[in-house]
Design a protein around this ligand. Structure first.
Ligand SMILES: *Cc1c(COP(=O)(O)O)cnc(C)c1O
Length: 389
C-alpha cells in the first residue's frame, strides 16, 4: 500500500499480512517466540539475512501490522511501536542521542515529557532548554554546538498554541538537529509532520489512534536510517507494545479518519457556541478565526482538531462549578476518546507548576479544557449550559 491510496483507505487496509488461513480481519498473534525450520534458518533470522519473526520483544506480526499501517498513514519509511507514548519519547532520545548532548523543547509540552527530559534524562547528561512554541527565533537562539533534537507538540495542551512546523524544521536542519513532533493532538488524519519537514513523528497511540480509551501504546516514525537506532533500543531494552494492544490500535486506525472528522466537527460547533456565552472570556480553538495562529493552523492542519479550551470569568470557582454540574461529560484528564472529557488544568495536569509559572504560561484559574467526543454536540452543550447558568 502506498501514496496511491487516500488516508481512509490506508487506515482500513495498509499493513495487513494474512497467515496461511487467509483470515479477512487482522490476526492477533499471542506468542512470545517463533519456531524455526532448521538450525540454519534460526541462524539466518538472528543474523538478519532472512526476514521473519524471532521473539516478540522485537518481532511480532500483529505489532508489525500496526507499525506498517501507522507508517502508511504518516507517510513514513518506518514505524517502531512502543508500550506507551512515554516509552516512545524515551526511546527516541535513547536511540538517537548520547550524554553531553542538548535538546531544545517547546515550553508547552506534556507534563510527563518535561519530567522525563529534566529529571530523568538530565541525570544522564542530556540537557534540555525550553522555549516558546510560537516564536521560532527563540529556537534559533537556544541552539548550541551540541544540540541534536528539537521537540514540539502542535497544537499544545491545553492552550492549543500552534507551532510553525516548517520554520522549526528549517532551523533544526541548519543546526544539524532533528525535529521531532509529538502528533498526538492531530493524528495523521489531520496533520502529517514529515510532509512539513519534520524528521521524526511521535505518538501516544493511547489517544486518538486507539480512539476509544481502551489501551496504552506509542510509536516513533521516520526514515529507515533514523529508526534503526530507535529499533535497536526497543530490541535491547524491551519497552514493547503487546500484541493485544497492537491489535486494538490496528482496528482503531480503521476508523481514524472518520472519527477525526467527527471530533473536529463537534469541537468547532462547541467552540462557536462557547464564544457566544457571556460567562466565557475567551475560547482557544485553532479552527476559530479568533485563534492567534488560526491562519498558520489552517496551512498545516486539516481542521482545528478535537480539543477546545476556554477561560471563564469567575476563575477557579466558576470552573469547578461548571465541571461539577456536568452529568454527561467525564471528569478526567484523558483525551482522544469517543467520550467527551472535561478538566481543570490549573488544579490537575498543571498543578505542579507554581501560580507564577502558570500565569506566565497563560494557564489561568478559570481555564477549562474539553476533549470533545462523539456524542451529540447539542447534548454536550446542554450539559455545559447548566453549569454556566
Ligand atoms: C498522553 C500523552 C503522552 C504520553 O502518552 P502515554 O501513552 O500516556 O504514555 C505524550 N504526549 C502527549 C501530547 C500526550 O497527550
Amino acid at each position: 500500500m502506498n501514496d496511491a491510496y487516500d488516508i481512509e483507505t490506508l487506515g482500513v487496509r495498509a499493513g495487513l499480512v494474512r497467515s496461511q488461513f487467509n483470515e479477512h480481519s487482522e490476526a492477533m498473534f499471542l506468542t512470545s517466540s517463533f519456531v524455526f525450520g532448521s538450525a540454519a534458518e534460526a541462524a539466518a533470522r538472528f543474523k538478519g539475512d532472512e526476514p521473519g519473526p524471532i521473539y516478540a520483544r522485537f518481532t511480532n506480526p500483529t505489532v508489525q501490522m500496526m507499525e506498517a499501517r501507522l507508517a502508511a498513514l504518516e507517510g513514513a519509511e518506518r514505524c517502531v511501536a512502543f508500550a506507551s507514548g512515554m516509552a516512545a519519547i524515551l526511546a527516541t532520545v535513547m536511540g538517537l542521542m548520547k550524554g553531553g548532548e542538548h535538546v531544545v523543547a517547546s515550553r508547552s509540552i506534556f507534563g510527563s515529557t518535561v519530567q522525563l527530559f529534566s529529571n530523568i534524562l538530565g541525570r544522564f547528561g542530556i540537557e534540555t532548554s525550553y522555549v516558546s512554541p510560537t516564536d521560532p527565533a527563540e529556537w534559533r537562539a537556544a541552539v548550541k554546538p551540541n544540540t541534536r533534537l528539537f521537540f514540539v507538540e502542535s497544537p499544545s495542551n491545553p492552550l492549543t498554541e500552534v507551532s510553525d512546523i516548517r520554520a522549526l524544521a528549517a532551523i533544526a536542519r541548519e543546526a544539524g538537529a532533528w525535529l521531532a513532533v509529538d502528533n498526538c493532538f492531530c493524528s495523521p488524519a489531520l496533520q502529517k509532520p514529515l510532509e512539513l519537514g519534520a524528521d521524526i513523528v511521535i505518538h501516544s497511540a493511547t489517544k486518538y489512534l486507539d480512539g476509544q480509551g481502551r489501551v496504552l501504546g506509542g510509536a516513533v516514525l521516520g526514515s529507515q536510517a533514523l529508526m534503526e537506532g530507535v529499533y535497536t533500543f526497543l530490541r535491547t531494552a524491551g519497552p514493547t507494545l503487546s500484541a493485544f494492544n497492537a491489535w486494538v490500535i490496528l482496528k482503531g486506525m480503521e476508523t481514524l479518519a472518520l472519527r477525526m472528522d467527527a471530533h473536529s466537527k463537534n469541537a468547532l460547533a462547541l467552540a462557536q457556541w462557547l464564544e457566544a456565552q457571556p460567562q466565557v472570556v475567551r475560547v482557544l480553538y485553532p479552527g476559530l478565526p479568533s485563534h492567534p495562529q488560526h491562519e498558520l493552523a489552517m496551512t498545516q492542519q486539516k481542521t482545528g482538531g478535537g480539543i477546545v479550551a476556554f477561560e471563564l470569568k469567575g476563575g477557579k470557582d466558576a470552573a469547578w462549578k461548571l465541571i461539577d454540574a456536568t452529568k454527561l461529560l467525564s471528569i478526567t484528564a484523558n483525551l482522544g476518546d469517543t467520550k467527551t472529557t472535561i478538566t481543570h488544568p490549573a488544579s490537575t495536569t498543571h498543578s505542579r507548576m507554581t501560580p507564577e509559572q502558570r500565569l506566565a504560561a497563560g494557564i489561568g484559574d478559570g481555564l477549562v479544557r474539553i476533549a470533545v467526543g462523539l456524542e451529540s454536540v447539542a447534548d454536550i452543550e446542554a450539559d455545559l449550559a447548566r453549569g454556566l447558568a
